[in-house]
Design a protein around this ligand. Structure first.
Ligand SMILES: Nc1nc2c(c(=O)[nH]1)N[C@H]1C(S)=C(S)[C@@H](COP(=O)(O)OP(=O)(O)OC[C@H]3O[C@@H](n4cnc5c(=O)[nH]c(N)nc54)[C@H](O)[C@@H]3O)O[C@H]1N2
Ligand SMILES: Nc1nc2c(c(=O)[nH]1)N[C@H]1C(S)=C(S)[C@@H](COP(=O)(O)OP(=O)(O)OC[C@H]3O[C@@H](n4cnc5c(=O)[nH]c(N)nc54)[C@H](O)[C@@H]3O)O[C@H]1N2
Ligand code: SF4
Ligand SMILES: [Mo]
Length: 577
């Protein structure tokens, strides 16, 4: 008999997965998002080479010995010298179980993100809460805007909904969706704030703004209009390399139409990422896109919003993108590969090597497992019980254990052993699973988070009104060098599965395919092999997320709001080797 679970990977789609009698994974036709197919990550999931045995300083050991060693070190370390660092290798809710132990012993955890935090801070400042537009809502819309988001790579189950819709894409790369779009604005990177302000200004000048909506839900819009008037039109259009005709064309296509703007992490990998999202939201408000069927501005949602998490959480935290591993006697890494994925890799690697006991709890061999003192293999999502809440819609799905395996340990079982050794109270696994199950509403065979909105912001904004940005920094980075675009790779998921390599340039950028170039930024230097990609602008270079050493080039700064990494802040100088 077929059994169903859900995909645990860090992805908007949160697919329902059918496991047939031979253990093969398939998409579920009856699920409104998956509609029958999975992506290559899950189609080849069971073929992935994984860690089989625990290791202590290079030597294979038993699981009992591994956990014994960990307990010994944890017992002697002071609580403020223990760091708990969890990544997003598996976004299941039971991944939070170990935090119950680390929170109970008053260890240090992390705050902020390597991902969407700058943008989310902007969303929260404007709207008060972060609600997403589920893909099914596209059926009721007419115009879809992809703004710094690449659905063919990162949200493929949204594509079937796009049939027959007018598509606008704002992206420095001519992505697949840009090639199919009715209008593609190949904007210069880090200029989205300016474009959003100009769009808002011209929307009002041309009278395509939604006065009713603004009077009722965003009454300060005249102040925002004044702010947009501080943008010098011609000089700004020249600087961001967008024409007046293109601004007009966006408004013409959206005028009077039900429109959804899907915004991705691409626009906010900068220190002022929060302001950028807030200006895009501001444009959405000017057009009256909130609280209506078939409309919306949708960023990455918060998969925990409205949910009760029954585990203890850490009370003391340090910023994740800038954490200094060298300060801790025990560093516990779970579901993450910080040596490849955190910014400023040179600093991260040296900090990690001078930490006391470094522990890697994961599925695969990678940069972090290679350097860790103690390696503990995890169980895969098919081998343990969990629940999956989505950040691309409001689904909450049960992930029941599908197979037995001798390999690895689950997050709950490891937590249980640690709690036992320290005399910390922990409920049964069933208790936690029931707690998540009790927060699920099942409608037409699909589980949803209880109290999730049918139409985002239908009840208005959490702060009463939409709050526009009231000051902006309009400076455009004119420093020397190429813009770094570091976006997601189709065949991999951050540093899991197939790893990309090389640096991509437009063929006219002055570098030959296969030649070696030295790339340098204020953060560091690396040598990479050149590949060509005609979809790029000539002033940009592309190094996919997951490429070894890409983060040698990225800075150790936090976004001004949201404690996020800012992967695209540094310009890159290139010299031939
Ligand atoms: N296949 C695959 N899927 C994934 C992932 C993966 O690694 N691989 N990762 C998952 C994760 S962790 C996340 S957070 C999501 C992210 O999903 P997306 O938001 O789609 O992420 P990115 O690919 O980083 O960026 C999207 C687009 O932003 C564009 N961009 C870059 N800079 C700018 C800019 O300054 N302005 C504008 N307008 N556009 C810009 C890029 O060219 C890119 O096409 O994807 C998830 N899905
Ligand atoms: N240059 C650049 N850097 C980036 C980005 C970028 O776009 N460009 N994107 C950033 C973003 S958006 C994100 S979200 C981060 C992601 O960065 P990380 O959170 O570090 O995620 P991954 O690189 O996918 O590493 C996940 C690891 O989790 C482990 N794992 C998988 N499943 C399980 C499990 O069930 N249990 C346990 N214990 N472990 C498991 C696997 O071994 C895998 O190696 O990277 C960020 N870094
Ligand atoms: S990675 Fe995303 S698209 Fe692929 S199976 Fe998982 S949820 Fe679906
Ligand atoms: Mo992410």
């Amino acid at each position: 008999m077929n059994k169903t679970t859900a995909c645990p990977l860090d992805c908007y789609d949160a697919c329902r997965v059918v496991v047939n009698e031979d253990g093969k994974l398939k998409g579920d036709k009856s699920h409104p998002v998956t509609r029958g197919y999975l992506c290559p990550h899950l189609n080849h999931f069971t073929e992935q080479e994984r860690l089989l045995l625990p290791r202590l300083r290079g030597e294979e050991i038993s699981m009992d010995k591994a956990i014994g060693t960990l307990i010994e070190v944890l017992k002697t370390a002071k609580s403020d010298q223990i760091l708990y660092y969890r990544g997003s290798g598996n976004v299941g809710l039971m991944q939070r179980a170990p935090e119950h132990f680390f929170g109970s012993v008053k260890a240090v955890g992390t705050s902020g993100t390597l991902c969407d935090g700058a943008g989310e801070a902007g969303v929260l400042l404007g709207r008060g809460a972060n609600e997403v537009v589920p893909p099914q809502m596209i059926e009721e819309s007419e115009v879809i805007v992809f703004w710094g988001r690449n659905p063919h790579t990162t949200h493929s189950h949204l594509l079937p909904y796009l049939e027959g819709k007018t598509i606008i894409v704002i992206d420095p790369i001519k992505t697949e969706i840009a090639q199919k779009a009715d209008l593609h604005i190949q904007i210069k990177p880090h200029c989205d704030l300016h474009l959003a302000l100009l769009l808002s200004r011209f929307a009002i000048i041309e009278g395509v703004h939604d006065v009713d909506f603004l009077e009722n839900h965003a009454s300060e819009y005249n102040d925002f209009y004044e702010l947009t008037q501080t943008v010098r039109i011609k000089a700004t259009l020249d600087a961001i390399e967008v024409s007046l005709g293109e601004v007009g064309a966006i408004l013409e296509l959206m005028k009077g139409k039900k429109s959804i703007i899907f915004v991705g992490v691409g626009v906010q990998k900068y220190r002022d990422g929060a302001d950028i999202l807030r200006c895009i939201d501001g444009f959405g408000a000017i057009m009256g896109l909130f609280g209506k069927r078939g409309c919306g501005v949708s960023y990455l949602g918060n998969s925990l919003s409205g949910m009760r998490i029954p585990f203890m959480s850490v009370s003391h935290r340090v910023s994740k993108p800038t954490v200094d591993f060298s300060k801790y006697n025990c560093v516990f890494i779970q579901g993450a590969n910080p040596l490849a994925q955190m910014p400023d890799s040179v600093r991260v690697k040296s900090g990690f090597s001078s930490a006391g006991l470094s522990v890697y709890f994961g599925l695969y061999e990678n940069e972090t497992s290679q350097e860790a003192d103690l390696v503990i293999p995890a169980k895969t999502f098919l081998e343990k019980n969990d629940f999956r809440s989505s950040y691309g819609d409001y689904t909450l799905q049960e992930m029941a254990q599908m197979v037995e395996s001798e390999i690895g340990i689950s997050e709950y079982d490891l937590t249980r052993q640690l709690c036992e050794a320290f005399g910390i109270e922990l409920e049964s696994e069933l208790f936690y699973l029931d707690c998540f199950r009790n927060q699920m509403d099942i409608r037409e065979g699909v589980g949803y988070r209880r109290n999730s909105p049918e139409i985002p912001y239908e009840e208005g904004f959490a702060n009463g009104e939409f709050e526009f940005l009231d000051t902006v920094d309009l400076e455009i980075d004119k420093s020397e060098g190429f813009y770094l675009i570091t976006s997601k790779y189709p065949k991999g998921l951050n540093s899991q599965f197939k790893r990309p390599d090389g640096v991509y340039f437009h063929p006219d950028a002055g570098f030959e395919a296969d030649e070696r170039v030295q790339l340098s930024s204020p953060s560091g230097e690396v040598t990479m092999i050149v590949k060509h990609d005609e979809r790029l602008r000539v002033d940009c270079l592309l190094i996919y997320s997951g490429t070894a050493d890409v983060n040698v080039l990225t800075p150790p700064h936090l976004s001004y709001e949201g404690e996020s990494a800012v992967y695209q802040e540094n310009k890159i100088k290139v010299t031939k080797k």
